[in-house]
Design a protein around this ligand. Structure first.
Ligand code: FAD
Length: 471
């Protein structure tokens, strides 16, 4: 009998429900657990897996291989072009001996379809398939309105979520017992475009330490500092939550160990951070329960009729960080250079693309997936549809960020802007948010573009676009 655990976006040993169950089954059957990972480069391309995120992913798979080997578990890495090839690859690798496959559920539509096919094919071959929930604290479908529907507004969802979590507590899966003497691990190579992600550690130990340091030393000040992009005041755990190097339950438990019982009221220490984790949970539930989100459709169906403009040249300027709005440009250049963007800046650039340029939100969503080190369908789709006004509990369409006042408010002395726009280094703080007059008055030759649109005019065009919707 072979007992196999299939790793996907749950690349960790701690609090891994499927892995814990597989280990238990292996011990009961008197066999050594095996683990498998399946790379699918063509599907990764289609899902916009960018080179930096790919590097982090492949480094993490290797680190996991070594961590498992130290516990006597062999990780076998397979590679096939597409999701569609996975069932046959697993079937062939498992062979004809009796076997059981364990895995945690994934929530995007293509992943759910792949798993349904794997399940059908392997079950036919007599292989048992066991599926577990790990992505959320409460599985999708467990936080519903009195009518049994998914909440479409965040605040009542978060209240209902908190009520259940406070009542039942947070449980983590047991740490799997070592399976035998340590094995050796040789580096696995996968042919896929990569860009250096070395500044992000990949061992489970380092990531757990990062969580601990954040909850101990920064979680309380987070409420006050989290919107300042020039500071490193947020946890930077999103790339790891996306790949599953750490779980959301581990985050909650760490928060409780550092600050006491879960903060249930706005203003309580740690609540602001907990609230962001609940936003994550909200978007995961929406993705699982509303398949149209995986198909690129707006959450509000009536918004499908919006007449977004199709201007490739303007989109290229936004991508390059050459819009003439310093906060937008610094944010985009930071993304292009590092794969990272602060949450406040994500909201500002997404609002600029959709509400100042009237370009389709899904162009921005796709670009973010290609560039972000933490690209993740549920949160990215949620963030883009929130900004565009087409999503669940989105910013109302008539509330439009002014990029200049956002810049004045959140980067008042231009510290962040200067970091990524060195050509504006000596512009005084009073002019850094709209530097063109200052540059002109001094006759300065500076390779910084004039604003590509006038915000007040662009705002009116956007309001007209939304008002033109039928009904
Ligand atoms: C347009 C847009 C696109 C986004 N794309 C992504 C994406 O691809 N991947 C991604 O993980 N997040 C995305 N976000 C959400 C958010 O910007 C990031 O999760 C956050 O900036 C990550 O930084 P952190 O880990 O320091 O977060 P912290 O502020 O420390 O928050 C802790 C964790 O909570 C979750 N979280 C925080 N804010 C949000 C949010 N608004 N929505 C959902 N989850 C949240 C993340 O998992 C994060 O790691 C996007 C937001 C916007 C506005």
């Amino acid at each position: 009998m072979r007992i196999v655990f299939w790793f996907r976006h749950d690349l960790r040993i701690h609090d891994n429900p499927g892995l814990a169950a597989a280990t238990k089954a292996a011990i009961q059957a008197g066999v050594v657990l095996e683990a498998v990972y399946v790379a699918t480069p063509q599907t990764w391309q289609r899902h916009q897996l960018g080179p930096r995120r790919a590097d982090l992913l492949l480094r993490r798979v290797n680190a996991l291989g070594a961590e498992l080997a130290a516990r006597g578990i062999a990780l076998h890495c397979l590679s096939v072009p597409r999701f569609a090839d996975v069932p046959a690859a697993l079937q062939q690798w498992l062979g004809l001996a009796p076997a059981a496959l364990y895995a945690n559920r994934e929530l995007p539509l293509d992943e759910m379809r792949r798993d349904a096919t794997v399940s059908a094919r392997l079950t036919q071959q007599g292989i048992e398939c066991h599926w577990f929930d790990e992505r959320c604290v409460l599985p999708p479908g467990q936080v519903l309105t009195a009518n049994g529907d998914m909440f479409k507004v965040f605040t009542p969802f978060s209240r209902a979520w908190l009520k259940q979590v406070l009542a039942q507590g947070v449980q983590v899966a047991p740490l799997p017992a070592p399976q035998g003497a340590p094995l050796s691990w040789s580096e696995w190579r996968c042919d896929y475009p990569r860009l250096d992600s070395e500044s992000w550690p990949v061992t489970e130990k380092a990531v757990r330490q990062q969580l601990w340091d954040f909850v101990r030393y920064q979680a309380v000040a987070y409420a006050e500092l989290r919107d300042v992009p020039s500071l490193a005041a947020t946890s930077r755990l999103s790339p790891y939550l996306a790949l599953g190097v750490i779980s959301i339950r581990q985050c909650l438990l760490a928060l409780m160990e550092a600050l006491g019982p879960l903060p249930a009221e706005k203003g309580a220490p740690g609540f602001a951070w907990l609230n962001e984790l609940i936003w994550r949970e909200f978007y995961q539930h929406l993705l699982a329960l509303e398949p149209r989100l995986s198909r690129g459709q707006p959450f509000k169906p009536e918004m499908a009729a919006l007449a977004w403009r199709q201007d490739d040249a303007q989109f290229a300027l936004w991508c390059q960080g050459r819009t003439g709005y310093p906060i937008v440009d610094a944010a985009m250049r930071c993304l292009n250079q590092t794969g990272w963007m602060h949450n406040r800046l994500r909201m500002i650039v997404a609002s600029f693309l959709t509400k100042d340029l009237q370009l389709p939100w899904w162009w921005g969503e796709r670009y973010f997936m290609q560039q972000l080190i933490d690209g993740e369908l549920a949160a990215n789709n949620g963030g883009w549809q929130w900004s565009a006004g087409t999503g669940a509990d989105a910013a109302p369409w008539f509330r439009i960020f002014n990029p200049t006042t956002q810049s004045q408010k959140f980067d008042p002395d231009g510290t962040f802007i200067r970091r990524y726009l060195p050509e504006l280094a000596d512009v005084p703080a009073s002019d850094i948010h709209a530097p063109h007059r200052w540059l002109q008055l001094r006759g300065r030759q500076c390779d910084y573009p004039a604003p590509m649109v006038e915000h007040a005019v662009a705002r009116e065009l956007t309001l007209a676009m939304f008002r033109a919707l039928p009904g």
